[in-house]
Design a protein around this ligand. Structure first.
Ligand code: NAP
Length: 359
């Protein structure tokens, strides 16, 4: 398989750095360009991240001497990459304009940003759940008159712990869910050093997160009709999103009601045997198994289980009857791997395997 050249926009930030470390020695992709704000532009990557390199691993040798370009200057990257990952921190308008500019210049964009999640013709993909939403790419290209470029996004990290566990149960018609998330501080770009107020504390508010957690699943579980996404309208979600003193890992406590209640054994068997498209295709970042059910009564635990499947698997536990709804369970995912850079890399692997970077 020919290796593709990729760029990282926002490469100096927390998520950008995670892209750089996860892409080190990737079997299909080589990082050949890095871009950030004008503050970093013109510097060697190692200088631009000096004093804020978060990883315990060294900066990969093929990246440390790359000269950082300004995200706004598409021409600096054009010709050096086959596609880019986007992890920019800017206003939504600015991010949309940057990402569209790359697509217009024949550079496909796989974005970690929320800016385009509700754009009518932009697919929001969790490869294990809605890989078929890539069908929208040709429609998007036609809408804009783009040739090779397009924009695909991944969803918010808060829902990636519980939606993967619910998606294989759709045949039982889940209708109502109450989700309580317990989200790590890295999701706010923080560490315990930079966020001492979180120690010995829980904060029952994360701006905009409950809306994302309630609405994004409906697009992901929706369908394409007449060239547009139509949201799933049979499921109601009520979310409570909390910031908790964990460094990495988002936990969710879920109560769920079905139209056709399955048995506990049926649910466990479905989770155990679940082998969606990325696992069948053998995508390099696809964990196998995708869903790990832990029988111990006090699992999953954030610290013990977040790195399952190299941070890409979902760990589920405590499936039990609910006196108000049908069942309750807990689910956990790694927010900066599965929920951010790793999830986007898996999307790119899916696109590559399906030939979208060549079309
Ligand atoms: P960050 O650490 O603040 O990094 C932001 C990156 O964007 C840096 O490379 C920065 O370059 C660049 N940037 C800032 N202003 C810019 C501008 N005007 N033009 C071009 N580039 C600019 O942010 P982050 O935590 O990595 O988050 C990046 C994006 O991912 C955000 O949209 C965030 O909401 C989203 N996200 C984050 C997480 C997470 O766990 N942290 C999870 C999911 C999604 P300089 O270094 O030169 O300033």
């Amino acid at each position: 398989m020919k290796k593709l050249k990729c760029g990282v926009l926002g490469a100096t930030g927390m998520v950008g750095q995670r892209f750089i470390t996860l892409l080190d020695s990737h079997p299909w992709f080589d990082v050949t360009a890095v871009a950030a704000s004008p503050r970093s532009a013109g510097k060697k990557y190692s200088e631009a991240v000096s004093g804020r390199w978060f990883s315990k691993k060294d900066i990969p040798a093929n990246v440390k001497d790359l000269i950082v370009s300004d995200v706004a200057e598409v021409n600096a990257i054009k010709g050096k990459v086959d596609f880019v990952f986007s992890a920019i921190e800017a206003s939504k308008e600015e991010i949309r304009a940057f990402e569209d500019k790359y697509a217009e210049n024949d550079i496909p964009v796989v974005s970690n940003n929320s800016a385009h999640r509700w754009t009518k013709d932009v697919p929001m993909i969790i490869p294990e759940i809605n890989p078929h939403h890539t069908d929208m790419i040709e429609i998007q290209k036609k809408n804009h008159g783009w040739n090779k470029g397009f924009v695909v996004v991944k969803p918010n990290c808060s829902l990636q712990s519980y939606l993967p566990a619910i998606a294989p149960l759709l045949k039982f018609n889940p209708i109502e869910m109450i989700i309580t998330t317990m989200q790590a501080i890295s999701g706010a770009g923080k560490t315990f050093e930079t966020y001492p107020d979180i120690l010995d504390n829980v904060i029952p508010f994360i701006g905009g997160e409950e809306e994302k957690s309630e609405k994004e699943p409906l697009k992901i579980l929706g369908k394409i009709e007449n060239g547009e996404f139509v949201d799933c309208d049979s499921i109601k979600i009520s979310a409570h999103c909390n910031r908790v003193p964990a460094s990495d890992g988002h936990m969710a406590a879920v109560s769920i009601k079905f139209e056709n209640k399955p048995t506990r054994g049926e649910i466990l068997e479905i989770w155990k045997s679940y082998k969606p498209e990325p696992q069948q295709l053998g995508l390099p970042s696809a964990p196998d198994p995708f869903i790990i059910y832990n029988e111990e009564e006090n699992r999953p635990q954030t610290k013990l289980d977040r790195d399952a499947g190299k941070g890409m698997a979902i760990t589920v536990g405590r499936l039990r009857e609910c006196h108000v709804f049908d069942y309750r369970f807990a689910a956990l995912s790694h927010n900066t791997v599965r929920g951010a850079a790793g999830g986007a890399i898996l999307v790119a692997e899916l696109l590559y395997k399906k030939g979208y970077f060549e079309k």
